[in-house]
Design a protein around this ligand. Sequence first.
Ligand code: ADP
Ligand code: TYD
Length: 202
Amino acid sequence: MSRFITFEGIDGSGKSTQARLLADYLSGKGTKVFFTKEPGEGELGEAIRNEILDRRDIKIDPYAELCLFCADRAQHVRELILPKLEDGYTVICDRYYDSTLAYQGSGRGIDPDLVFRMATASSLGVEPDITFFLSIPVEQALLRLKDREKERNKMDEEPFEFHSRVDGGYRELIAKGIPRIKVIEASLSPEDIHMEIRRFFE
Ligand code: ADP
Ligand code: TYD
């Protein structure tokens, strides 16, 4: 049975760690798992990721940034997510269109209706079955980023206020009571968080 699982949260919330732990757990149970992330999968995705997150020599307009994240997603869905779902895989994706709503809508302050239309259109109708939102105070998440070995990107370097607005955007989304979104307490140890998430697969 194919399933589409996404992970969301502010930078440093521990999503990538949890997405990988779940992928390992489900693979260990014999499930066919395809692990992926946004942005940056596939050849086009890598090129787009590089332009948005790594290049320091151009100042990207927020609307252009929105279009680029959506372009990355449309290609990702068509090229990888959809074929894997059709092939019976459980697809685990580190970030999906909720990130666009929170980062480009609330973070950058672009008209939420426009962001919603573009973000949903870019998913080509492919909706997650379940989304784990890792809930953590912004201060704590940013402290974790300081210690992370991975190189920092342009988004990680945004000020506290930006990450706070992104967090606010996620909270607004959660307040809508969308059934697929499960809020997970993310201040705990990686193992304890993983056990919380596992409960949804027992
Ligand atoms: P994200 O993908 O949300 O940006 P990561 O999974 O990359 O977050 O984690 C960010 C940093 O915090 C990494 O250095 C990681 O090892 C560490 N980390 C992840 N989960 C936890 C946790 N539950 N407690 C403490 N540190 C964590
Ligand atoms: P990444 O290094 O993958 O960070 P993380 O491990 O926290 O996911 O960087 C991706 C960045 O891009 C992250 O700061 C969130 C941002 N982003 C958007 O602004 N809009 C989007 O639609 C997506 C998918 C990501």
